[in-house]
Design a protein around this ligand. Structure first.
Ligand SMILES: *Cc1c(COP(=O)(O)O)cnc(C)c1O
Length: 341
């Protein structure tokens, strides 16, 4: 049975072209930097993201953690939002791997508040840790996109206090497409940027990390320390190269499908959804229904051929992607309406 899978954009299958590229990839030992396909991917990533150099890593978590390791020393403090992936979804790795302290800030609605960030920067004092890094995310995991001007303001605070800014751009291309800007408009306001190729861009594996040459050299060594030095990685870099160079152009379709889905969902009695809030490929909604129905929804939808994530903090999240067509959206919405009847 073919399922319609709305759990995430990480569930995307590699395209037929990607599978061909895997089979035909030129490879070498990438720890010796001898893999021509990985080298090509890293060069393209640096060019597209507007940085001097780039590195191919096995996951977004590994990439963010290598970046934090490269920017900090033990006991340093990094400024993060309390909802960000680095803090919430990376198993506390910053404490384990970098020995750094996470200073969490709460931003109402998730958009970074530059003034709040600046107020969290530590003064020079024998008692205080040093603020070594500011982390921002774009797009946010709540489906919101951070405008270019806020990115710029956060970066200027970093410049003023001599603190690098790391951009967790797992979905940076979704953000750029949503804002209608070139991705470099966003990445220019970060010293390092991490970009997942394995989400909406459909690569089977991998994330690229970009920044200046010295930072990427440190990160290459930190990747090795993390057990992430790969050998004939060209077989996964080949589809990742297609993801990076060809797939961003089609993300607008996912965003349109998400907006369309939100409009359809909003029309179902009991569904609370505001289509105007949809900015990328994620639709959030709540259900005015008894807990029994909400708790059972994942199972009920699965029986109708639709995979969804369970309710989280009062909300459901449906994610569109390359494997979800407009017709699939209609079918999934119809399934939900039936489940709620
Ligand atoms: C998915 C994601 C990551 C990385 O996740 P991996 O599963 O480790 O590849 C990092 N940051 C954000 C915001 C993400 O959405």
């Amino acid at each position: 049975m073919r399922f319609i899978d709305l759990r995430s954009d990480t569930v995307t299958q590699p395209t037929p072209e990607m599978r061909r590229a895997m089979a035909e990839a030129l490879v070498g030992d990438d720890v010796y930097q001898d893999d021509p396909t990985v080298n090509q991917l890293e060069q393209e990533a640096a060019r597209i993201l507007g940085k001097e150099a780039a590195l191919y890593l096995s996951s977004g978590t590994q990439s963010n953690q290598a970046a934090v390791m490269s920017w900090t020393k033990r006991g340093d403090e990094i400024i993060v939002s309390d909802g960000c992936h680095i803090y919430e979804h990376e198993v506390g790795a910053v404490a384990v791997l970098s020995g750094a302290n996470m200073r969490t800030l709460h931003f109402e609605g998730g958009l970074p508040q530059p003034a709040l960030i600046e107020s969290a920067v530590r003064a020079q004092d024998i008692h205080f840790p040093e603020t070594a890094l500011i982390c921002v995310e774009n797009a946010l995991s709540n489906g919101k996109v951070v405008p270019v001007d806020i990115m710029r303001q956060v970066y200027e605070i970093g410049r003023k206090h001599n603190i690098p800014v790391h951009l967790d751009g797992a979905r940076i291309f979704n953000a750029a497409v949503s804002l209608g800007v070139d991705v470099k408009e966003l990445t220019q306001y970060a010293d390092s940027v991490s970009c997942c190729l394995s989400k909406g861009l459909c690569a089977p594996i991998g994330t690229v990390l970009a920044g200046n040459r010295a930072f990427i050299e440190r990160s290459r060594k930190n990747r090795k320390l993390l057990g992430g030095g790969m050998r004939q990685a060209g077989v996964i870099a080949a589809p990742a190269l297609i993801a990076l160079t060809q797939m961003p152009a089609r993300l607008a379709e996912d965003h349109e499908n998400a907006r369309y889905m939100a409009e359809k969902l909003a029309a179902i009695p009991g569904v609370v959804c505001d289509p105007s809030q949809v900015e990328i490929n994620m639709v959030f909604f709540s259900l005015n229904k008894p807990a029994e129905i909400r708790d059972n929804l994942q199972r009920a939808m699965r029986e109708k051929g639709v995979k969804i994530s369970p309710e989280d903090q009062g909300k459901f999240r449906f994610v569109t992607n390359n494997d979800v067509s407009r017709q699939d959206v209609d079918q999934a919405v119809a399934a939900l309406a039936e489940c709620l009847r």
